[in-house]
Design a protein around this ligand. Structure first.
Ligand SMILES: [Fe+2]
Length: 275
């Protein structure tokens, strides 16, 4: 799948998390967490096809934009705000060491500008707490500082397109989503809905999908390598987004479905919604 992605010759590569997969989901010792994550990142970077893809991007000056999700952070459905702060600091340091994401201060969230597109990469793990602890918290998932930064930069953006890179899905599919945090979900919807050209790009749930039920337009694409828990087959899911002044073409690639999901969302009409 890495060779297929390299053949696409992307202008930027976005990795939305679960980029490596922790075997241990109950880490309590930062040193052990560091050791396991470090070994996983090293193994991933030794994969010859992945290494070739990264080398090709680097040779062309094209960025890798990576964030983490749960399995390359503290483990299955775990959140930085629920545990010893040393654990989340460790996981973030390992992401920085190995994938060097753009940063805002010491944080790994960022806005990246590519002509027609402003691409936000959010950190949805470091400040997050379990849903029951923050259902009514408007700062949930991102934390107060990241929320303020995100709203300010989003509203200031004059780019025709705004892509929000989100490790977890907005709409509920699996067992984690923004919808499980009603106050934060409403805050996101108030920000995004009605803004022509804005869409969320998310991963996590081992499927390709597109939703606009809530007024937030969301493209889901995952996972590049793991078997789908829905269909039990290797699917090699990834997405290619191609931006033009008239709209964004979305190709959801899958070994199983080929290029079946290939549509363009036109920009400039009255509605900004899935075709
Ligand atoms: Fe995940």
């Amino acid at each position: 799948v890495w060779a297929s992605i390299q053949a696409e010759q992307p202008d930027a590569l976005v990795l939305l998390g679960d980029n490596v997969y922790l075997d241990t989901d109950v880490h309590t010792d930062p040193v052990r967490l560091s050791t396991e994550l470090h070994g996983l990142y090293q193994a991933q970077k030794k994969d010859p096809y992945f290494a070739a893809l990264l080398a090709d991007l680097q040779a062309q000056g094209k960025p890798l934009l990576a964030t983490y999700d749960d399995h390359d952070f503290l483990g299955d459905n775990r959140y930085g705000g629920d545990h010893d702060p040393a654990l989340r600091e460790t996981a973030r340091a390992l992401l920085i060491q190995h994938f060097n994401p753009p940063r805002t201060g010491s944080d790994v969230y960022s806005v990246n500008r590519f002509g027609l597109v402003d691409l936000f990469m959010l950190d949805e793990r470091f400040y997050r707490r379990r849903p029951l602890a923050s259902a009514l918290d408007r700062d949930a998932i991102l934390g107060a500082g990241q929320w303020e930064w995100f709203e300010r930069e989003f509203r200031a953006s004059s780019a025709p397109f705004i892509v929000i890179g989100s490790s977890t899905t907005v709409h509920t599919w699996g067992n984690e989503s923004w919808e499980m945090y009603p106050a934060a979900f409403n805050r996101l919807r108030d920000l995004v809905r009605g803004r022509q050209g804005a869409l969320v790009l998310s991963g996590d749930v081992h499927r390709n999908a597109a939703y606009d039920d809530s007024g937030i337009l969301e493209i889901v694409t995952s996972a590049v390598a793991r078997e789908s828990f829905v269909f039990g087959k290797v699917r090699d899911n990834y997405a290619v987004l191609t931006f033009a002044p008239t709209g964004v073409r979305v190709e959801l690639r899958s070994r199983k479905a080929g290029w079946r999901f290939d549509f363009t969302i036109p920009l400039g009409g009255n509605a900004w919604e899935l075709p």
